[in-house]
Design a protein around this ligand. Structure first.
Ligand code: C5P
Length: 305
């Protein structure tokens, strides 16, 4: 049994993401799609509490009863890691989850929660897996999960499991709008036609600018899901129109939607758009990008316990 010194409760943030680019390159024979995406951690976050529990015991308390089931990805993450570590950990985990990231929104909430639990328990249990093995476990939980092990800004390839870190870009204010529809990721991938596929050039342009320390080319942000989601979900198209009418120059879909985001270099225009959309009754957030250092800091602080 691993002798763990983990005795104290910890509470950590699990950040959401947006896709600055998301280009689906094509369908694979295993049912997944190859993609290339520049993913970006944002400040909107859930909070996760972890307490040591008797060995083999994994429980979840969640303030959203709809997500509190035994199949929640955070419980699967805890069990997967415990079942992989050899020797097994001497403590279980009592997990608490306070949701702020809307579910099934394209913001990676469930994936971020799972990666946070995986990463924190790995530290609490003093695991000794290679980075690659940990990433493989994350990918078993979902295609977006590996990105959240590191966060910040990253170029993501494959079905989501190949992560190359990028330098932090200039900070951006973000207005998010979630139209009142649910989009299943699997259905959104199925709805794609070859016309929707990208060639990776938008991601290359954005990654290239970040590597060169240049301003983010906001006109190169791209998302392969946008045409089909805006076509199939009129509420999403109305939301996009409302964004433009409120004065947002750039509006993109995050993930497979339905959340749309508008990036701004300055707070005042972002606030004006946010307030107008909110007054119109839309579900909106005013948030910002989070640099890698802040994500790493949040983990390190707690790992020092
Ligand atoms: O990996 P995850 O469970 O999040 O994926 C949900 C579904 O989305 C998959 O079952 C698959 O249908 C689709 N998907 C895909 N290509 C990807 C990621 C997800 O086709 N790269």
């Amino acid at each position: 049994m691993i002798e763990t010194t983990w005795t104290r409760a910890i509470i950590v943030p699990a950040y959401a993401k947006i896709n600055l680019t998301l280009e689906v390159l094509g369908r694979r024979t295993d049912g997944y799609h190859d993609l290339v995406s520049v993913m970006q951690t944002i400040a909107l976050h859930d909070m996760i509490g972890l307490r040591p529990a008797p060995a083999g015991s994994y429980t979840l308390d969640c303030d959203d009863p709809a997500l509190a089931g035994d199949d929640n990805l955070v419980l699967r993450a805890a069990r997967l890691l415990a079942g992989t570590l050899d020797p097994p950990p001497t403590t279980g985990a009592a997990i608490e989850l306070r949701k702020a990231i809307p579910a099934q929104a394209g913001l990676g909430g469930g994936s971020s929660d799972a990666a946070c639990v995986l990463g924190m328990l790995y530290r609490m249990w003093d695991g000794h897996l290679s980075g690659e093995h940990l990433c493989e476990l994350a990918a078993q939980l979902g295609s977006d999960v590996p990105f959240f092990l590191g966060g910040g800004t990253a170029l993501v390839r494959g079905r989501g499991e190949h992560i190359a870190g990028l330098p932090d870009g200039e900070p951006l204010w973000l207005v998010l709008l979630k139209p009142p529809v649910a989009v299943s990721t699997a259905a959104a991938f199925k709805a794609l036609t070859p016309d929707d596929y990208g060639d990776g050039s938008a991601s290359d342009a954005v990654a290239g600018a970040l590597r060169a320390g240049q301003p983010l080319p906001l006109d190169r942000l791209a998302n392969s899901f946008e045409p089909s989601v805006l076509r199939d979900y009129p509420a999403a198209a109305r939301a996009r129109d409302a964004f433009h009418a409120a004065g947002a120059p750039f509006v993109r879909l995050s993930g497979s939607g339905p959340t749309l985001y508008a990036p701004f270099r300055e707070l005042l225009p972002a606030t004006a758009v946010y307030q107008r959309l909110r007054a119109e009754g839309h579900e909106v957030w005013l948030t910002h990008t989070v640099p890698l250092k802040s994500v790493a800091f949040a983990y390190q602080e707690t790992a020092r316990e």
